[in-house]
Design a protein around this ligand. Structure first.
Ligand code: ZN
Length: 125
């Protein structure tokens, strides 16, 4: 049995809970459809992601979760990039969790992700 050194699990793209059984569904990266094995149903990934993002927009999340959620909606944000925003104070803490770690607003991070890495030098019309 091979265990990845970096992470305990990389289940794919989070697609929200199954409408029927509530089990968490994970799509293969790039897949358009996610399958619930328990219910034997397929769901389109894209509308589910949009819904999840809408729901998560105002949520406060840790840096790693922010990267995961944004990557899940196709914005290709690495945890390193989130940390860079934090280091540059482009992304400011909006709260702390129970372990006293800073939490950030997903909407703020999403905006930074959509601006691209070179926001200061160029502004698309
Ligand atoms: Zn199900």
């Amino acid at each position: 049995m091979v265990v990845a050194a970096s992470d305990t699990h990389e289940p794919g793209v989070y697609a929200g809970p199954c409408d029927i059984c509530g089990d968490e569904l994970y799509a293969k990266p790039g897949a358009r459809v996610v399958h619930c094995r328990l219910c034997n149903v397929d769901y389109d990934v894209e509308p589910r992601r949009q819904k999840l993002l809408k729901k998560a927009e105002s949520k406060l999340l840790g840096a790693a979760d922010i990267a995961r959620v944004l990557t899940g909606v196709g914005l290709k944000v690495t945890p390193e990039r989130v940390r860079t925003w934090i280091a540059r104070e482009q992304l400011k803490p909006a709260g702390i969790d129970r372990a006293r770690r800073p939490l950030y607003r997903l909407r703020d991070a999403q905006r930074l992700a959509e601006q691209g890495p070179f926001k200061a030098t160029r502004q698309a019309a």
